[in-house]
Ligand binder design. Sequence first.
Ligand SMILES: *Cc1c(COP(=O)(O)O)cnc(C)c1O
Length: 637
Amino acid sequence: MKTQQKKSWKVADSAALYGIDGWGKGRFSISEKGEITATIPFDTGDVTVPIIDIIQAARDRDHELPLLLRIENLLDARVAEINETFQQAITKADYRGSYRGVFPVKVNQQCTVIEEISRFGADYGHGLEAGSKAELLLCLANLNDNGLLICNGSKDREFIDLGLWANKLGHQCFFVIESPSELPLIIERSRKLGIKPLIGLRIKISSKVGGLWTETSGDRSSFGLSTAQLIATVDQLRQVKMLDCLQLLHCHLGSQIPDIEEIRIAVREASRFYADLAAENVPLKYLDLGGGLAVDYIGNQSLHSHSRNYNLADYCDCLVETIKKTLAPLEIDHPVIITESGRATVAHTSILLFEILNVVSYVANELPDRQPDQSHPLVTSQYNLYQNAETIDLSEGYTKALSNRDNIRDLFRSGVITLRERAMAENLFLAIAQTLSKRLDQLDKIPLTLSSLKQNLADIYYGNFSVFQSLPDTWAIGQMFPIMPVHRLDEFPERNATISDLTCDCDGKLDRFILAGGESQTLPLHTLKTGEDYILGAFLMGAYQETLGDLHNLFGYTNVISIRINNEGGFDVTKEQSGDTISEVLNMLEYNPALFYKGFRDKVELAVKQKRIDVKERQQILNQFSAQLNGQTYFKV
Ligand SMILES: *Cc1c(COP(=O)(O)O)cnc(C)c1O
């Protein structure tokens, strides 16, 4: 960043730097005061609320950071948008079928999310998708009257019985058959209970898609029927006179598909399956194209695995038009199109907010202005580089300083160089790197040989959160989320940083960031001010993170609040949930915190007897122990 930019830094510069207009799409932006805001359009005009005000409202209710914030309107808006955009595509293409969305609950099973999708989605007949028995129960308890219930995954007798009863209750519950072995049990239970099943078949699409989840499609995918199995299953249903139950074809290509052309090819293949089965008089009505609708985390509409080269309207048009075109030679009813968009429905609704606890900077300490006598030649060489750092060739100088540093460490290991000399040499290295880095800022393009320079100098900002609990996909599959400060955006972010979490795990860090519509290994952040919070937000993290999170280092759920922005210009806190206490987390690991307390009490009592502490101290210790058992797992500021 050139220095003149630093002085005249504006909110718009922050917006460009963090790419918020790209991924925020008007939902999130930066106010004149330099604070991130969430905006909801109402008939009476837009209402904009600063995130920092919501944090204050949570704190007033005793919910400290780290905090998971859900904005209910953003979830409603996505459900509405998906349904209405499909409707527009259907009208535009003169398509003779309708659209029915279902939400796959595995993407976010949290009660507030499922309840809201079901409540708000009722007008659209937005349904749910279950992949396990627990999810089936959850769906049955929450499904609105109009929504479809799609059951994927393995189904045992209990699962099938309950699904059949659901049909009798008036729901439309589809069993999607993923492997040929499932059918006999469905036939048997259906006969036993005297209830007709609704059956779908999951097909394997041979065209592969790009992105991070390519293994879900293709011949070797672990899900779905091969064409031979598909034909055999159809024949079997015909034979037992249950062909009328087979009403749905299902496929799922994988999540976050960046390229619309690959979606088109796969939809064409799925439509060909539909056409040929329909031509054989299979009474199909529904074509379920699964998930895959991508979220533009980067915000640059590209083929990057974290982006997509299409928008929602393109996606809807693509599905509707491709199905219509592929089925055109046949005089059959157009199928009801189902999609199971998970990520695209919930990603935007949640934000993880956490404060920075402290910063470790890689800056040189004060250095002697004269070279020490009798140093080792390598230390002398390093000192010379330091003195000439303003003028030496950038690449050559950096490479030399790096190799000096490494050789000096080798010499220390073999006893040639003392600890003090090593400390001095490493200090020199930092000083050289700092000067070179400043010179680098004046260049338009960073030479490849210097790409690690900034990273070597980056600060580590320690955040009050756990990657493993709150952003597990960043660790597991290299997922990136837009991360940025929620305030001070009218100030120049003068530091470059990576972020570490509270766990004692070297994987508990964030070192790939979305920046300026691209990717960066460091994130520009502001210098901490004493006595002031510095709060970062991880955005678009509503999909897949919450239930995949684990208890690494025993960090539990954070506090959660849901808010709804209202048309009076403010917001209401609609739901709140305190994070896990230490006692609750220990319970999950089969400890009994009550016995736990007793064991500790005995230990403390013994110390009284042995006169190591007095009774008063005993009481202090036990009170603390007990308070912490009932307190939360995160850092208390
Ligand atoms: C995971 C999954 C989805 C959701 O996919 P997204 O890409 O998140 O929309 C949909 N259907 C099935 C069968 C799934 O397994």
